[in-house]
Write a protein that binds this ligand. Sequence first.
Ligand code: NZQ
Ligand code: ZN
Length: 389
Amino acid sequence: MNNFIFENATKTYFGKGCVKEYLGCLLKDCGTTVMLAYGGGSIKKNGLYEEVTAILADAEKIVVEFPSIMSNPTYAKVQEGAALAREKGVDAILGIGGGSVMDCCKAISMATVYQGDIWNDFWARPGVVDFTPLPLGVIVTVAGTGSEMNGGAVITNEALKVKTGRDYPKCNPRFALVDPTYTLSVPKTQMLSGGFDILSHIMETYFSAPDEENVSDDIAEALMRGVIRDLRAAAKDPLDYTARSNLMWESTMAENRIIKLGKKMDFQCHQMEHQLGAFTDCNHGLGLAVLHPAYYRHIYKYGLVKFGHFAQRVWGIDPAGKSAEELALAGVEALAAFIKELGLPTTLRELGITDQSVLKAVADSCNLAPGSYKKMTREDVLAILQACC
Ligand code: NZQ
Ligand code: ZN
């Protein structure tokens, strides 16, 4: 194992009924005025809004609503939220939703108390958070990003056409309420999109140095097998609680830093998808499903050991009679077949992306990750994007 420091400041409550049981008590440490932040309205359809507002009323909180956080949240939305929080003297934020709501809330929690421009000082480049953001608690409603147990926030600057994420430990939510029953109302395509995002997070961590046996990769292999099993079961029966609750915890486990310990990490596919999102506002998990097989076909030869382990240990492929290269490629093709089996998109065209100039703009602006088995060039990125058309 390589050296590491581990800390995770989020207290996580997992399971059926956890909001009813714990939210009232957790609100005691949230001051008098709470910003209730949420997305486009799914929480008003599935009953969660009524449940939470009743608990807030019982706790005698002054509630400042901040609705309509969009998927792929924008910097403008962050600034709007911070201005409202300042105007109303908000003491704490309660975010209810998926990655978009949670990420937007983390950025608002910083922007509310920071004097300067948080985009310039913390998203355009890594910064040092030497102040305390507003306290944040989250209620997760869709499995996928794992944002509930990290300090990561992915924000789109529409003016600059840049979508980028940073992980600041001071932005970790103080608490996360993770009740899988809330995810049962997620539309099937979004459920699969989130599920593929989970798998992507694990793969992007796994496919990077070190390649010798290590605990982080052992956990990652077990998690990948679990996500594949649970996604298959959830695709067949979206109301399968065992599968949906496993997916929810797999989502958190993939991004709560545990499998990243001692790892260099790749996340090149995420970098490509984020810029695709900046130019087209495409769905995060669906974009990743399209990009992954093409990216791995491009790099597997440079990471034969790890891709071989992936084939054998994650997909159960028999290595007998196969060269190292054949075995590694068989794992990548098993992943591609799984994406098709789930009915996820396999081309950019299916995401409505047909403009070649967009691909060039994405390739020219996307971050080149240091952890990839093959140090990518802009030409590599463009070739991968073109292979997805
Ligand atoms: O907005 P509402 O009406 O709530 O509807 C949402 C939205 O349309 C819907 N939804 C969520 N829970 C629901 C539900 N519909 C019915 N019932 C429920 N219980 O799902 C749609 C998608 O929600 P969103 O939050 O956008 O999805 P996701 O969780 O995939 O988040 C995507 C964002 O997170 C970023 C992505 O780039 C993207 O901006 N990421 C954040 C990460 C992090 N902070 O660690 C890591 C990820 O790699 C990712 O980049
Ligand atoms: Zn992701």
